[in-house]
Design a protein around this ligand. Sequence first.
Ligand code: A3P
Length: 302
Amino acid sequence: IEKGWLANHLHQYQGFWYFTRQLQGVLSCQKHFNNSLNSDILIVTTPKSGTTWLKALTFALLNRHKYPKMFENHPLLTKNPHFLVPFLELDLYNDKDLVPDLNSIPSPRLFSTHLPYVSLPKSVIDSNCKILYLCRNPKDTFISLWHFTNKLKLDGTSTNSLEDSFKKFCNGVSICGPFWEHVLGYWKESLDQPKKIMLMRYEEMKKNPSFVLKELARFVGCPFSKEEEDEGVIDDILKLCSFKILSNLEVNKKGKLSSGEEHRAFFRLGEVGDSNNYLTAEMIEQLDIITEKKLGHYGFRF
Ligand code: A3P
């Protein structure tokens, strides 16, 4: 790797790339998160594949009986989804000297992580917790990531050119990359452990959100009743968690995460196919070839 924030800030660990603060959290949660419960629900994603959206949806789904009036006093109206569903390595275990006490959190505890399967804490592997894995086609993921890292200016200085970032992404050098190995790890495990791991695609969520939400509800053990369906609960959750509503909330327009990232950086466009406006035909072809080679071979397609 040459110059730039990737060189200064990315470290390879167990085959995947992390920026410094994140790696400290990864090591800490691998060491200290040793009490994963069977009732835990863990949202796992590759960065920029719709984590914020899935956090909002899962939170709203699990808490729907607590907040039946979804547009009046719901926590999602005043709190960013990342605050409501913390990342293990970025939020809960971000201080290597301070181990959080997670025992008092009521069940089901809802956490998230960007960790690849090979690096999950042992207790997560050993428990019967539920893993919701969300991924997104690499073209849109890459463009979303490129915008995000430039906005955050992780090196505090320059903007990364699209061409440089693209080359690195294709070579596997991106936050929590290689992208394809991340997806492959969970894809294989989801086939072996279908009761534990549900694999979702951003594109499918955009196309048929109510179908995916119903599947999700069934998977985590709280399916919608017929009455709820008739009363429009599914539509309400989808509306509350929609890009339009979330991105226009005051908290998400102005607020910041404790780690400093602005909430609005997590809401850019929220569409499928925006990469076509940035990538050349050659770049698209290159990503398609890598994807087919690395994932198509195993029966996975976006
Ligand atoms: P774009 O940059 O393509 O717009 P993550 O949450 O994993 O960081 O992913 C961020 C991506 O999800 C961004 O994609 C963002 O706009 C999109 N996103 C955020 N909230 C969304 C929502 N409620 N519905 C659909 N997409 C959403």
